[in-house]
Write a protein that binds this ligand. Sequence first.
Ligand code: COI
Length: 456
Amino acid sequence: MHLKLALNNGASSSLFSPSSSARMMLAGSSVRILPRRAGYAGAYSISTAVQFYQNRQLELYAAKEAQRLTLRQLVFFGRCMNDERLIKSANYVRTELSVRIAHRLRDMQSLPYVVVNQEGVTKVYELYWTAFDKFRRYPPINTLAENDAFCVFLRNLLDEHKTAIPNLSLGLSLSSPYLAPDRLDSFMRRMLSSRISRRVLAEHHIALSKSASLKRNGGPSSQDHVGIIYTGLGVKDSIDKCARILRKRPHNIDQDFVESVESDALWSDVIVDGHVDTTFPYIREHLEYIVFELLKNSFRATRIKHSNVHQLPPIRATVVAGKNDVCIRISDQGGGLLTPEIKSPSDLFSFSHIRNATRLEDARLGALRTVSSSRRGMTATVDEQISNWQQAKQNDESEEDIGDGPHPRLGIGLPMSNTFATYFGGSLELVSLDGYGTDVYLRLPKLGTNLEGIEV
Ligand code: COI
């Protein structure tokens, strides 16, 4: 049976809701979807459409609850590792990721059809569907050799999914006219936090497997981290590292502008004060991702605001170790956050063009398209960025090939930082002192007892 559907890409009244989509689920039918408008971006492939309507397996997994963990559980489980526990960890990751991806696929299916059909969203839907199917079919892991193969499988998927965030950001920005801001933002928050959670589980298991294999072969056992969690992460060290990298490599500023400024006056100093000896158990990559993004914004704003000044005002990072949290306040004199497009600092976390008009700017969409289709996708960690730049330099690659190397302004850094901060129950607050500067308050729990965000 052939079903021909013509999509009206404009009026929401004619969009297919998931319930009407579900009613069209006809066993053995093939579905052909015809875009009505010329130039319509989201050509929907038959395979995607069939997957979209074939949900029985998905329903089974989506009905299960995620087994959420705390940072402390991740450390305790990984600390006394033996072969049996490693196999247990592998099978937990295998089954848990099927469930978590199923939740997100189900979530995507509940979007208006016009959204799922947007450029970028379709790609992510297909990526997730494929990953779900692979995890679901992956046989139980019983031996160390099988675990090695499972780690390779995970690594490949982690690499394949590097383009997920820019694609999703592109698709959701394009979908902004069709979704109310709250719905769009809560959907995006679930997608981002669930993705972080899946990558944490996969990366943690790979890291535990590597340490276990090193130990088996008589290598040293690591004192400072368990899997991907640093048990005594030095906050000042991470801030210094991010500042050092950023000062070496200018970001987000037009090359002409950079060249017009004397190089020794290019960037602010970063002063770290407060409880500078603070250490706490955390995922180093998460802390550094956030600090890197925040400092990058401060560097840029300060440079632009003080374009005629030789000595730039410093950026101050104050670290405070409280009873339950570690707090970092980053203060700059970059003029504040508010612009004609941004009326409230929290709008910078939004993917809706109603809250953040830059979402539909051509330059932003163009940059997202470039990164979405780049070979390297978007790097998830500061270390990955450095290695990308080094590799690109060695290969003499152009800056565009580096993906997010020189950071075209994608608008993903702040929403991602917010999601990283809240993942284990922390927070990120931006305070704009309009005309003067910005204070950012990052709070991260230091006891490791909070469960992962509820929406994984
Ligand atoms: C993601 O990066 O989006 C993932 O889901 C990773 C997972 C497939 C290992």
